[in-house]
Design a protein around this ligand. Structure first.
Ligand code: ADP
Ligand code: ZN
Ligand code: ZN
Length: 764
C-alpha cells in the first residue's frame, strides 16, 4: 500500500485518530491525519485505506500515542464538513453497540444515511478528498403545485351551484391542491379563477417535495380539548420532561386519543426549544398519522421512510443535524435520527415486533429509545393499547410512570366481539372454508347497511398453500424448510423467505400424485371468494404482494377511506392504526395461526393482534362489531381479546412467564449458527455451546443453556440452521456468557456463520 508510511514518520507533528470501520471486527483502527485536513472532531466521517480498499469510517477517538509496532496509514479524505454524529448520538450509539455486542463501525453505518450519489461521484473525482462541496447541494425531487385557500372575505352575493360546491370543498380544508380539486369537480379552474376574482379564495403556486408524504395538502386539524385522562397523561409527560427525563407508559385503548397526547407533549417540548422523535412500526401504513403531525406542526418534519432516495434521506438527515428541522418521524431506524436537543421520543405501538431489527445489527428500537432518551435527558413515551408484558411489568414495578386512557375519546364503545368455533362451523354459502355462516351473515348485514368491513388473515412463516392429497407432503421451498405460497393469478408458487419461485405444478414433487389440495389460507383466494360471493361489493387486498412500494399501500387505504372499497382483506398490514370511520365489521378469519408459532410470546402476540384489529371497527358514528374465527374458542388470549380485558390477559400471562422463567422474569440471548452443510452448522453451534458451558455463570446455573437444537426453520436460503438459547435472570451473568460466545465466533467457525441476538424477539 503506497499510502502506508512506516511507523514514526511524521508521527510527531501529525495528529492521530481512531476510526470505526464497517467491518465485522470489534475494534477501531488508528490513522494519521494529514495537516491539510485540519482537526477531525469525533463523529466525522472519513475515508481511509483498509487492506487495499478505501472504506468510509467514523472518527471515534483521538489517541495520544500510536499503537506500538504498527505501520500507520493516513486518512485519505473527509466526508463531512460537520461531524455527522453529534456527541449525544455518538455516545448513545457506542452504548448500543456495547449492549448488543455488535461492532461499533457496523452500528455507525446502520445509523448514518448513505452518501448521495452526487457526493459519491465528487468523492471519487477528488480521490475522497474534501467532499464538502458535493455535499452542500444534494438534489431532491420537487414539483410545482397550485394550492387554493379561502380568504377572510365573507360571501356577499349569491353564488352558482358549481361555485358553491367548490367553495364548500375548499372550506373543508385549510387549503386544497388544484389537482386534487379536479378529482372531485370537473375542470374547476375557471370557477376557481372566478372565486379568486371575487376575493373569496386565493391561489398560490409553490414547490413541494415530490415525496408522497408531502404530496397532499395539509388538512385542517383543530386540536381537541383534552379529556381528563388525556390531560393527566400530558401533565405526567411534561412533568417528566421538566425533571430532566424519564420513561412513560401511555396505555390507551384503541381510539382513546393517544395521538392527541403525543401531539401535545411534542408541542410543549418544542415550546421549550427541544426536538422530538416519533417512532412508528411501519411508516408506509401511517400516512394519516403523518398528516396529523403536519397539520399541527407544518411541513418542517423529517419523514424518514424506505421510499426516500439517498439524496432525500441525506437532506432530511442534514436538516435535522443543522437544527433547521426539529421533528423526525419514521420506523425503527429513525431512532438514529440526529435530532438536536432531543426532548421527547414517542414510540407508538411499543409492543410491535417490527421495532426489532432482525438481521445485521439486531437492536430493539423501543429499548434503545428508552436508553437514548435517558442519555439525552428526554422523555420516552411508550404508547400502546396492548403494552408488551415487559413494559407493563416495569410500570407496575414503578420503574416507569404510567397513565391509562381506559375509554375511547369519541362516544363510541369498543366493538362487541363474537367468537366462531371453526370446529362447529364449516364453509358458509360462499363455499370458502374460512367464510363461515356467521361471518357470511355479518358481512351481508354490514354491506347491506352500506358500511365497510376489514378481514384479517394472518400469514406468517408456517402457512403453506398446497398439500398433496395422497402423501400429505406440503409444497416446500427447495432452499428453505418453509411451505411455498401460491400466487394464483400468476400461477406461481413463491417462497416468502428467499424469493424462490416456480410455476404452480400440477403434481406432488414427492409422490407425483396429481391431487394437490389448496389449503385455502391465502389472501388472494379469500379475496376472490369474497368478490364472487358478495358482488357487486368492491373487495381489495392489502399484503406484502400488493404493497410493493409505499404508494400502493397508501392508495388502497385512500380508496377505503373514500368508500371506494367495501371489504378490505389482508395480512397484519390491516391491523395497524388505521382510523376509518365507515368500518363497522372486522373479521379475524383464522385466529389460530399466531398461536401455533413456536414462540413463548405466541399468546401475547395473538392477544395484541386481535385487540388491534378489533380496534379498527366502529371508530366513527356507528358501533362496531368483530368476529374471531378459531379452532380454540376457549384459549385465554382469544377470550381476553373478546372481553377487551388487557388486565386479565396480563395477569394470567405474567404467571405463566414467571413459572417458565421467560421475560419479564428472565432474559434471553439467542445464538444461531448456519452453514451450507448440515454437519458444519451443527459443529459450529456445538463449539459455541461448549464455550458457553465453560463459563462460571453456566456452571453455577445462573445461566442455562437451552439446546443446541435445529432452529424452528431448519433450512433457510440453502443454509442449515441451529440454535441455542441462553437464559438467566441476572443481566451481568448472561452478558458474560454471551461475550464468551462472541469471542468464540470471532475466532472463526470455518464455513459456518454465527451471531448472538440479545433480547431476541423472533424465536426462529
Ligand atoms: P389512538 O391513537 O389512541 O388510537 P386517536 O388519537 O387516533 O386514538 O383518536 C381517536 C379519535 O378520537 C380521533 O378521531 C381523534 O380525532 C378523536 N379524539 C382524540 N382526542 C379527542 C378529544 N379530546 N375529544 C374528542 N375527540 C378526540
Ligand atoms: Zn404426494
Ligand atoms: Zn426459500
Amino acid at each position: 500500500m503506497s499510502d502506508v508510511l512506516p511507523f514514526g514518520e511524521g508521527a510527531l507533528d501529525e495528529p492521530l485518530v481512531d476510526v470505526a470501520l464497517p467491518v465485522p471486527l470489534r475494534q477501531s483502527f488508528t490513522y494519521r491525519v494529514p495537516r491539510a485536513l485540519g482537526v477531525l472532531a469525533e463523529g466525522t466521517r472519513v475515508a481511509v485505506p483498509f487492506h487495499g480498499r478505501k472504506l468510509p469510517g467514523v472518527v471515534v477517538g483521538h489517541p495520544a500515542r500510536a499503537p506500538e509496532g504498527v505501520r500507520l496509514a493516513s486518512v485519505a479524505g473527509v466526508l463531512d464538513r460537520e461531524p455527522a454524529f453529534c456527541a449525544e448520538l455518538l455516545a448513545f450509539l457506542r452504548e448500543a453497540a456495547d449492549y448488543y455486542l455488535h461492532p461499533l463501525g457496523e452500528v455507525l453505518r446502520a445509523a448514518a444515511p448513505a452518501l448521495p450519489a452526487e457526493a459519491v461521484r465528487s468523492l471519487r473525482a477528488s480521490g475522497f478528498l474534501d467532499a464538502g462541496e458535493g455535499l452542500a447541494r444534494p438534489a431532491v425531487a420537487t414539483k410545482r403545485r397550485a394550492f387554493v385557500r379561502r380568504t377572510d372575505a365573507a360571501v356577499e352575493r349569491a353564488l352558482g351551484a358549481r361555485q358553491q360546491a367548490i367553495l364548500a370543498l375548499i372550506d373543508e380544508r385549510r387549503e386544497i391542491g388544484l389537482d386534487e380539486l379536479a378529482r372531485h369537480e370537473r375542470s374547476p379552474r375557471p370557477v376557481v379563477r372566478r372565486l379568486a376574482a371575487l376575493g373569496l379564495v386565493e391561489v398560490e403556486e409553490r414547490e413541494v417535495p415530490a415525496d408522497p408524504f408531502f404530496g397532499e395538502p395539509i388538512e385542517r386539524d383543530a386540536p381537541h380539548e383534552p379529556t381528563d385522562a388525556q390531560r393527566a397523561a400530558i401533565e405526567a409527560i411534561v412533568g417528566a420532561l421538566d425533571r430532566g427525563g424519564g420513561t412513560h407508559l401511555l396505555h390507551g385503548v384503541t381510539g382513546s386519543g393517544k395521538t392527541e397526547v403525543y401531539l401535545r407533549a411534542i408541542d410543549v417540548a418544542r415550546a421549550r426549544g427541544r426536538g422530538a422523535l416519533l417512532l412508528v412500526p411501519e411508516i408506509a401504513l401511517t400516512p394519516q398519522l403523518v398528516g396529523r403531525f403536519r397539520a399541527r406542526f407544518g411541513d418542517a418534519i423529517a419523514v424518514l421512510h424506505s421510499g426516500l432516495t439517498p439524496a432525500e434521506r441525506f437532506l432530511a438527515w442534514r436538516g435535522l443535524r443543522t437544527g433547521a428541522v426539529r421533528l423526525a418521524v419514521g420506523a425503527r431506524s429513525a431512532l438514529f435520527a440526529p435530532v438536536e436537543d432531543l426532548g421527547v421520543i414517542v414510540v407508538d405501538e411499543e409492543h410491535d415486533p417490527s421495532f426489532k431489527q432482525e438481521d445485521g445489527f439486531r437492536y430493539h428500537a423501543r429499548d434503545m429509545a428508552i436508553l437514548r432518551a435517558h442519555r439525552a435527558g428526554a422523555v420516552c413515551v411508550l404508547g400502546s393499547a396492548t403494552p408488551s408484558l415487559e413494559t407493563r411489568y416495569r410500570a407496575e414495578q414503578g420503574k416507569l410512570s404510567y397513565t391509562a386512557l381506559p375509554n375511547r375519546a369519541t362516544a363510541n364503545p369498543l366493538p362487541a366481539v363474537e367468537i366462531v368455533d371453526l370446529a362447529r362451523h364449516g364453509a358458509g354459502p360462499s363455499g370458502h372454508p374460512l367464510i363461515t355462516g356467521p361471518l357470511h351473515r355479518g358481512l351481508e348485514e354490514c354491506l347491506g347497511r352500506g358500511e365497510q368491513a376489514i378481514l384479517f388473515l394472518n400469514r406468517r412463516g408456517f402457512s403453506p398453500s398446497l398439500r398433496c392429497g395422497s402423501c400429505g407432503e406440503i409444497a416446500q421451498c427447495p432452499a428453505c424448510s418453509i411451505g411455498l405460497t401460491e400466487h394464483r393469478r400468476e400461477a406461481r408458487l413463491r417462497c416468502h423467505y428467499c424469493g424462490y419461485e416456480t410455476p404452480t405444478s400440477l403434481r406432488c414433487t414427492s409422490c407425483e400424485s396429481a391431487t394437490l389440495v389448496p389449503l385455502g389460507l391465502g389472501t388472494e383466494r379469500l379475496e376472490d371468494a369474497l368478490a364472487a360471493a358478495f358482488a357487486p361489493a368492491r373487495v381489495a387486498r392489502l399484503d406484502r404482494d400488493t404493497a410493493a412500494g409505499g404508494r400502493a399501500i397508501e392508495s388502497v387505504l385512500d380508496r377505503l377511506r373514500r368508500r371506494e372499497v367495501d371489504v378490505l382483506v389482508g395480512t397484519q398490514m390491516v391491523t395497524k392504526g388505521h382510523d376509518i370511520p365507515g368500518v363497522t365489521l372486522v373479521g379475524v378469519v383464522l385466529a389460530d395461526q399466531s398461536l401455533a408459532f413456536p414462540d413463548f410470546r405466541a399468546s401475547e402476540r395473538t392477544f395484541q393482534l386481535l385487540s388491534q384489529v378489533a380496534g379498527r371497527a366502529g371508530r366513527g358514528e356507528r358501533p362496531g362489531r368483530a368476529i374471531f374465527q378459531t379452532f380454540q374458542p376457549r384459549h385465554p388470549a382469544i377470550l381476553a381479546a373478546r372481553a377487551h380485558d388487557y388486565d386479565a390477559f396480563y395477569r394470567a400471562e405474567l404467571e405463566e412467564r414467571r413459572g417458565l422463567g421467560y421475560a419479564p422474569f428472565g432474559r434471553l440471548v439467542a445464538v444461531r449458527a448456519d452453514a451450507p452443510d448440515e454437519r458444519h452448522a451443527r459443529e459450529a453451534i456445538e463449539a459455541l455451546a461448549e464455550r458457553a458451558r465453560r463459563e462460571l455463570a453456566v456452571k453455577t446455573r445462573a445461566v442455562e443453556v437451552l439446546g443446541p437444537a435445529p432452529a424452528p426453520i431448519k433450512r433457510l436460503r440453502a443454509r442449515h440452521r441451529f440454535r441455542m438459547l441462553l437464559r438467566g435472570r441476572d443481566r451481568r451473568a448472561l452478558r458474560a456468557v454471551a461475550r464468551a460466545v462472541v469471542q468464540r465466533i470471532d475466532e472463526g467457525l470455518g464455513t459456518a456463520r454465527a451471531h448472538v441476538d440479545i433480547d431476541p424477539v423472533s424465536m426462529l
